[in-house]
Design a protein around this ligand. Structure first.
Ligand SMILES: C[S@@+](CC[C@H](N)C(=O)[O-])C[C@H]1O[C@@H](n2cnc3c(N)ncnc32)[C@H](O)[C@@H]1O
Length: 289
C-alpha cells in the first residue's frame, strides 16, 4: 500500500492496562446532555461545542471548503477500510463517532453485528434515514458520548472510527474502548496528525472549519495507546500526495496522485523521522487476550 509504514516505536512495547474509573451511564440518548459535566472531566462545554458544531455541519455543510483535500486520501482510506472489513461474519463491531455511518453498513452487509454511535443527533437521524432509504436495517445507530458508552464490558470484537479520536479526551476514550473490547478485540482508527507545519498553518487560518477542541494526533498521543492496548501499530500516509489537490477535477489527478503516492511511499519508508509530518495515520491495536 502506497505511503503506509509501521511506526516501530509504538508497535510492540507492552504496558499493563490501567484501572478504569467511572461507571458509564446507561440511558445515553435520554441522559446524554444531563451527564455532560460528569463525562468529560469537568469540561462541561466541550460536548456542547462539539455537538453544536457537528449538528450544524451535518445540517448545512460547514466543511465543504476542506473537502477538496480528501481527493488525496485514497491510500489511507483504502488501507483503513481493508482493516475494518477484515472483521469476520458473526462478530460484533462498533463504529465510534460514525457521523453519517461511513462504514457501518458495509460491515453489516458482511454479516457483522454493528452498532454505531455519534454525539450529533442530526448525524444519527440522517444516518438512520439513509439506512432506511436503502432498505437496510443491519446497523443500530444511537446518539451517545464516546467518552461514556452505554455498552457492557467486553461487548465488541472490533471498534473502528475515522476522524473521531482527535475530537475526544484521549485517556478517557482509550479507557472506554479498552473496557468495551472483548479480550483479543481490535481497534482501528483513521486520524489526522498534528505535526506538519504547513497543515498546522492551514488549520490556524481556517478555524471555522473545525471545533476549538479538536487536536490532530501527536506522536505522544499514539504512544498513549500503549497504556491501554497491546500490539499498537501506526501507519502513516500523505506527504507529497497533497500536492495533487489542485489537479482535482482534471484528467491529470489520477496519474499525478499515483506518482506522488509512490514518492510518499519511498520517503516514509526511507526516513522514519519524517513520518510524524504525514497528514494521516491508521492506528490499530488489540486488547490482550
Ligand atoms: C470529523 S467527524 C467524522 C465523522 C465520520 N466518522 C466520518 O468519517 O465521516 C467527527 C465526528 O465525531 C463526532 N463526535 C465528536 N465528539 C464526540 C463524542 N464525544 N462522542 C461521540 N461522537 C463525537 C461528531 O459528531 C462527528 O460526527
Amino acid at each position: 500500500m502506497a505511503g503506509c509504514h509501521a511506526w516501530t516505536d509504538v508497535s510492540t512495547r507492552r504496558v499493563s492496562r490501567p484501572v478504569l474509573t467511572g461507571a458509564p451511564h446507561r440511558d445515553a440518548e435520554a441522559g446524554l446532555y444531563a451527564n455532560q459535566t460528569a463525562s468529560v472531566n469537568g469540561d462541561s462545554g466541550r460536548l456542547a461545542r462539539e455537538q453544536a458544531f457537528h449538528d450544524r455541519r451535518f445540517s448545512v455543510g460547514t466543511r465543504d471548503a476542506a473537502d477538496k483535500y480528501y481527493v488525496a486520501t485514497r491510500a489511507s482510506e483504502s488501507f483503513y477500510v481493508n482493516r475494518v472489513l477484515a472483521a469476520p461474519a458473526g462478530s460484533r463491531a462498533l463504529e465510534y463517532g460514525c457521523g453519517l455511518g461511513s462504514h457501518a453498513s458495509d460491515l453489516a452487509d458482511r454479516g457483522v453485528r454493528v452498532d454505531a454511535v455519534d454525539l450529533s443527533p442530526v448525524a444519527i437521524e440522517q444516518a438512520r434515514e439513509e439506512e432506511a432509504a436503502r432498505g437496510r436495517t443491519g446497523v443500530r445507530f444511537q446518539v451517545m458520548d464516546a467518552h461514556a458508552l452505554s455498552y457492557d464490558d467486553q461487548t465488541f470484537d472490533l471498534v473502528c472510527g475515522s476522524g473521531i479520536l482527535h475530537h475526544l479526551e484521549l485517556s478517557r476514550a482509550f479507557a472506554e474502548l479498552a473496557r468495551v473490547l472483548k479480550p483479543g478485540g481490535r481497534v482501528v482508527f483513521l486520524e489526522p496528525l498534528g505535526h506538519n507545519p504547513a497543515i498546522r498553518l492551514y488549520r490556524r487560518l481556517t478555524p471555522r472549519m473545525r471545533t476549538s477542541d479538536e487536536h490532530p494526533l501527536l506522536v505522544q498521543d499514539l504512544r498513549l495507546a500503549e497504556a491501554y492496548f497491546q500490539h499498537v501499530e501506526a501507519r502513516f500516509f500523505h506527504l507529497l500526495s497533497l500536492a495533487s489537490v489542485p489537479l482535482r477535477g482534471t484528467r491529470l489527478l489520477e496519474p499525478a496522485l499515483s506518482v506522488l503516492e509512490r514518492l510518499d511511499d519511498g520517503l516514509l519508508r526511507a526516513l522514519p523521522a519524517v513520518r510524524r509530518y504525514a497528514w494521516m495515520t491508521v492506528l490499530e491495536a488489540r486488547r490482550s487476550p
